[in-house]
Design a protein around this ligand. Structure first.
Ligand code: ZN
Length: 161
């Protein structure tokens, strides 16, 4: 069923700012299922639609606490800060220490079109912030200084296949 190809740096699709989803249709639900399947196959903890070339504000996350499917997610509250190393399925081989909020509250529509509000902390909060970055065209290597970013880019190009 799922045959979504994960796009890797420097694919320009990763720089797309995703559009809001106007209506939660069957196609949207199907896309979320396929994204989840692709995430599990790739052994990731999260996947944003732009990573598979779909220009929509959709993300799936599972940090081991169950699958969360998010439509039009928005972070409405951030608390604390913590710097932790992160990887990304679109940046194979790169690992970047990123300072992010320790806790976030994210609002989104679920696959039934209901407005949800999720309070996340730890790895889940980090995954939420990481996936929302993707939906605005931002990658982990953007947190690096100019020289380190060039080196990371070269490493990713070597690792991508
Ligand atoms: Zn990523």
């Amino acid at each position: 069923m799922a045959d979504l190809r994960i796009r890797k740096f420097p694919d320009s699709v990763l720089r797309t700012k995703a559009s809001r989803v106007a209506a939660v249709t069957h196609t949207v639900r199907q896309t979320l299922n396929e994204m989840a399947q692709t995430m599990y196959i790739s052994q990731g903890v999260g996947l944003a639609a732009v990573q598979v070339g779909i220009n929509k504000q959709l993300a799936v996350i599972d940090v081991g606490e169950g699958l969360i499917k998010m439509i039009n997610p928005v972070i409405v509250k951030r608390e604390g800060s913590e710097a932790v190393e992160e990887g990304c399925l679109s940046c194979p081989g790169a690992s970047v220490k990123i300072k992010r909020a320790k806790q976030v509250v994210v609002s989104f529509l679920n696959e039934n079109g209901d407005m949800m509000e999720l309070r996340a902390h730890g790895l889940l909060a980090r995954a939420v912030q990481h996936e929302l970055d993707h939906l605005s065209g931002r990658l982990i290597i953007d947190y690096l200084g100019p020289l380190k970013k060039i080196l990371a880019g070269k490493k990713i190009r070597r690792n991508r296949s």
